[in-house]
Design a protein around this ligand. Structure first.
Ligand code: NOJ
Length: 750
């Protein structure tokens, strides 16, 4: 087994892929010949069989009849290597053409070794850590015969009510693009053909993150311009990184379900980007076009999906059953089916399945390899975000003797793994409680009182015991948050405050007057204003996975220094949704001079609040902006120097600035570069992230950092729906988050 490339990502400069055509159009000639040769031998039934994916069920015999007839092209959810081989043997040795099956599984943030949820991984702003996580997931999953994962999920997500925000890289188009591409690279390795590589699947194509009201599966209403400027770029980046497959999303956008959307599947994905891989539907989403009200029955749904550009359907069995009739009736062309089968076979050839269809049944020893656990710990460390550190209570000082560990998430081995962990096992989880005891038990005495049994627990009986523990301690560490089931698919929330009696627990602990460190483990950014106020320090850890405990222990005791930044805006209250940094300006931007609600005079004039875009009760600002996160040390940014004040669209702007560690600890800062197009043919976002870099500095150390930004990356889809850089003035900021930094200016000329 390869050893994990441990990363030296102290300074990463991250170019976003350009908008040129994806390079993989049409496979290599030898593969294409094999595809054509095989296709020419196939009956219509065998072709439709390739387009059919089922979920594993029953005994091998229950499925083997279908496989023998060539009725199945892919199986999902089979992770027993003995069964994988048995099924594969039927396909390869007993079906007429011997076409191997493609075995699929949702391996979303690790197979056995669970990494932080993708939203947590996004908080690292570290493509190498993300790539390594995907690579390890591929090694573990492929060892049982899985060769296709339904990841990365790169839906730009701006609504924390939506449970699937946990699976995403957050709200930003550029960050999602860079990290999505890193995941593709990790899963697929240098070559898909390697037995430890698995095919990536860019999902959910497209717009799913904008589900109305944050309710899963809901409609979206994204204009073509927003689709192209905000939601499509991460998918284009994934295609460009070589993602072998794409999955259509459940939502309808402006009335058109993605599974029947020719524009996105044929015009954009195949036409504009030259994608030649496989497009699969989401679970049953072909048939769900009946519920959407755009297909009358299964037959109609099958024709709609395949004509729109879908190659394989997941579990709905409409293609195999009904496409023969639809072809006869002239509603689907035989050539459309042939094209779909080509796309499927091409991926199977690329994966080397024809040469190596079987898995070594004894390979499972790769699970939880020490190097995998080490990489998972590093990811969890980098993903934690320090939101507050009043009086430098963290890291815990040498003179601390007794630590009270409390809260429902302190020892919750299942819940800290997060959503989408079909194969993760809580028996392997290292929780904060066990890690603190094991790693630091010789330095401090640990008193543990759970206080509440689980995050939704409303029974306050245990709070007094937690308070008593706090009173006996030098410092209190409260682990609160969300059980894993409170986020993920179909697990949306309308209330983003801490569930159960957790706020009461924090308030009661704060009253003791002991220094209070609150650690929050959750699947989304929660509205935690009250808890932040009550605590001396707050460390936000999205569900951190198998190694969350040791990672958090080292962060709390100062062996590691927090570096994570918020990959999504943290709201004060759920009523602010949607609130994201890259918003367009209104003609009356938010003013900072609002009066507190109670000070608005009785019968005040209609314009008493100055007519600006804001809320009277909570203002316009979030609790924490995108890109925010503290360290145990402090950093000072010098003014950015630009290589030129005037540039053409063919030039590359170099932005240089000094970054200095002005504090007492070695630390890593995620420096961020934002740009604003001042005047354009359409309103542009007030800021857009264009580059970021992780920079590690010793105390007192100063480095000159530079970013290269090709002006072509300032292109956007303009009034005429043409992707172009419009000449004019631009503002630019370099800083520690999306709200901080001095603005400098440059001009783009024709
Ligand atoms: C439905 C989910 O939307 C998708 O993300 C997942 O990959 C499939 N089910 C398969 O489990």
């Amino acid at each position: 087994m390869k050893t994990v490339k441990l990363l030296s990502a102290c300074l990463l400069l991250l170019p976003l892929v350009s908008c040129t055509q994806v390079q993989n159009k049409g496979g290599d000639a030898a593969t294409e010949q094999k595809v054509e040769a095989l296709l020419s031998k196939m009956t219509l039934e065998e072709k439709l069989g390739q387009m059919n994916q089922i979920s594993s069920y029953g005994n091998i015999e229950d499925m083997s009849g279908l496989i023998k007839k060539g009725e199945i092209g892919s199986i999902l959810n089979e992770v027993d290597p003995v069964r994988v081989n048995a099924l594969q043997r039927v396909a390869v040795e007993e079906s007429r053409l011997g076409i191997p099956l493609l075995m699929a599984r949702d391996v979303i943030h690790g197979f056995k070794t669970i990494f932080p949820i993708p939203l947590g991984q996004a908080a690292t702003f570290d493509p190498q850590v993300v790539e390594d996580g995907a690579w390890i997931a591929a090694i573990e999953a492929s060892s049982v015969g899985v060769r296709w994962t339904f990841s990365p999920m790169i839906d730009v997500s701006r609504d924390p009510r939506w449970g699937r925000i946990a699976e995403s890289c957050g709200e930003d188009t550029y960050l999602s693009s860079v990290l999505g591409a890193a995941m593709v690279k990790g899963y697929q390795g240098d070559s898909l053909n390697s037995p430890t590589s698995i095919a990536a699947c860019a999902k959910h194509f497209v717009g799913y993150g904008a589900a109305e009201g944050g309710r899963d599966y809901n409609s979206t209403f994204i204009s073509e311009r927003n689709l192209r400027n905000i939601y499509l770029p991460p998918f284009e980046a994934a295609a460009k990184a070589g993602a072998a497959t794409f999955m259509t999303s459940f939502n309808d956008n402006d009335g058109v379900p993605s599974t029947g959307n020719k524009f996105i599947l044929r015009d954009v994905l195949r036409g504009e980007w030259g994608f030649d891989g496989l497009v699969v539907t989401d679970w049953n989403s072909a048939r769900e076009m009946i519920a959407h009200g755009v297909a009358t029955d299964d037959k109609d749904a099958a024709a709609l999906a395949v004509n729109a550009g879908v190659d394989m359907e997941m579990v709905s069995y409409t293609f195999f059953k009904y496409l023969p009739e639809e072809i006869k009736a002239g509603k689907v062309k035989q050539s459309v089916v042939d094209e779909a089968v080509r796309n499927i076979l091409r991926v199977k050839f690329r994966l080397g399945l024809f040469d190596n269809p079987y898995v070594d049944e004894k390979k499972a020893s790769v699970m939880y390899d020490a190097s995998h656990l080490e990489a998972a710990k590093r990811a969890a460390e980098e993903s934690a975000i320090l939101l507050k550190n009043e009086g430098e209570v963290l890291p815990l000082k040498e003179n601390i003797r007794t630590v009270a560990v409390v809260g429902p998430m302190a020892d919750a081995p299942h819940d800290q793994l997060g959503t989408w962990i079909f194969d993760g096992e809580k028996a392997h989880t290292q929780t904060p409680l066990t890690a603190i005891k094991e790693m630091y038990g010789d330095k401090v005495q640990v008193i543990y009182e759970q206080g509440l049994a689980y995050s939704r627990d409303k029974n306050t009986a245990g709070i007094s015991k937690a308070v008593a523990a706090a009173q006996r301690a030098d410092v209190v560490i409260a682990f609160v948050g969300e059980e894993s089931i409170l986020s993920g698919e179909a697990h949306c929330l309308a209330d983003l405050n801490l569930q159960g009696a957790q706020s009461e627990l924090i308030a009661a602990l704060a009253k003791t007057g002991r220094p209070l460190v609150t650690v929050i483990m959750a699947g989304r950014p929660l509205t935690i204003g009250k808890e932040v106020e009550a605590s001396n320090a707050v460390l936000y850890s999205f569900h951190p996975g198998t190694m969350g405990g040791p990672a958090l222990a080292d962060l709390l005791f100062g062996k590691a220094v927090p570096s994570g930044k918020t990959p999504v805006t943290f709201l004060k209250t759920v009523g602010q949704v949607p609130l994201y940094y890259a918003h367009n300006n209104s003609g009356r931007p938010a003013s900072s001079h609002l009066k507190p609600l109670d000070e608005v005079p009785l019968e005040a004039s209609q314009t008493s609040e100055g007519s600006s875009s804001s809320y009277m009760d909570v203002g316009a600002q979030p609790l924490y902006p995108f890109g925010y996160g503290l360290s145990y040390t402090t950093f000072k940014y010098g003014k950015p120097q630009l290589s030129a004040g005037e540039l053409s669209s063919k030039d590359v702007l170099t932005v240089t600035f000094d970054l200095e560690n002005t504090g007492k600890y070695e630390g890593t800062e995620i420096a961020q570069l934002y740009v604003q197009d001042k005047v354009a043919s359409v309103t542009r976002p007030v800021k857009e992230l264009k580059r970021f870099a992780r920079v590690t500095l010793k105390p007192g150390e100063k480095k000159t950092v530079s970013f290269e930004l090709p002006i072509s990356e300032l292109a956007f889809w303009n009034l005429n729906m043409v992707k172009t850089v419009e000449p004019g003035d631009f503002g630019l900021w370099v800083g520690p988050d999306s709200q901080t930094g001095d603005e400098v200016f440059f001009k783009v000329v024709d």
